[in-house]
Ligand binder design. Structure first.
Ligand code: ZN
Length: 282
């Protein structure tokens, strides 16, 4: 079975068995591994080998109690307009290089975190999320997946008014409000995902499907993004990349639809998992 990795109460855990039980990594390894999730990503290949020996035990996993798999990344990247369908609905040109912004790390939240809605212009963006293993610089495209620890699903929640309040616009703050970067529920080891470049990604709002795609429709693939970013910045263990959203966001609808308290977003990446986020008063 594929290695699955989760964080809870700030500690690294393995997720084992069909019933997804949680095993504390530092405890089960007698201290060979640190409880710090970031250390896990730095030693991902060793963790993978060790995890293959842990097949039973652990406590039942309540998904709502989990942190984001990488709960305090040093760098969080978002890629804008990375599906043709979304670039078109936004009325913007298709980028010739990955349109990159940051989501500040204080916006990271657990897979089932509530999302405070402080303004009337907050929008959803279902995304494939990857977490970097030991990282590095100048990673070639053909080795890019080796630099990735695992795959998760998440939401790049975006305050559209804040995102475009200045000219030229900058996206960083509008995508970094409290709990605007929920992801999880766990990481699945990228090496174990056979269709990692063509996964079904979808999202429902109050039970109605609003986004659906296959990730082979990405303009810049995970390999392209990792290679591109690492040619400019050093990728660090535990760094998080939100790879872009397909068509179907609320702000592009006529009339626009934005998130309001009481709304529930369910976001699914086939074979990985589902996150469930309730919107609450901000
Ligand atoms: Zn996005």
């Amino acid at each position: 079975m594929a290695l699955r990795f989760a964080s809870k109460n700030g500690r690294a855990h393995l997720v084992v068995g069909d019933d997804s039980r949680l095993v504390d990594l530092a405890e089960v390894s007698d201290g060979k591994f640190s409880p710090d999730p970031i250390d896990t990503f730095r030693r991902w290949n060793e963790v993978r080998d060790f995890a293959a020996t842990v097949t039973t035990g652990g406590a039942p996993c309540a998904q709502a109690d989990l942190d984001a798999p990488s709960p305090w990344p040093l760098q969080v990247f978002g890629i804008g307009l990375n599906y043709r369908s979304h670039a078109e609905e936004s009325g913007m040109a298709i980028p010739t290089e990955p349109l990159t912004f940051t989501k500040f790390s204080s916006s990271i939240a657990g897979p089932d975190a509530d999302i405070p809605i402080p303004t009337p212009t907050c929008d959803w963006e279902a995304e494939l999320v990857v977490v970097i293993a030991d990282g590095g610089r100048d990673i070639p495209r053909e080795r890019a997946w080796d630099a990735v620890a695992g795959i998760a699903v998440g939401q790049d929640i975006s305050d559209r008014a804040l995102q475009f309040v200045t000219q030229p616009p900058q996206f960083n703050l509008g995508k970094s409000r409290r709990n605007f970067s929920p992801f999880g529920p766990w990481l699945v080891d990228a090496r174990d995902v056979a269709n990692r470049d063509a996964m079904r990604l979808s999202c429902t709002l109050n039970g109605e499907e609003v986004q659906s795609t296959v990730t082979d429709d990405l303009i810049f693939s995970v390999g392209d993004i990792v290679s591109y970013l690492s040619g400019i910045v050093q990728l660090l263990p535990g760094d998080v990349i939100f790879t872009g959203t397909p068509a179907g966001v609320g702000g592009s609808r006529k009339p626009p639809v934005f998130l309001k308290p009481g709304d529930v977003l369910e976001t699914t990446l086939g074979g990985i998992g589902t996150t469930v986020n309730r919107c609450v008063a901000g």
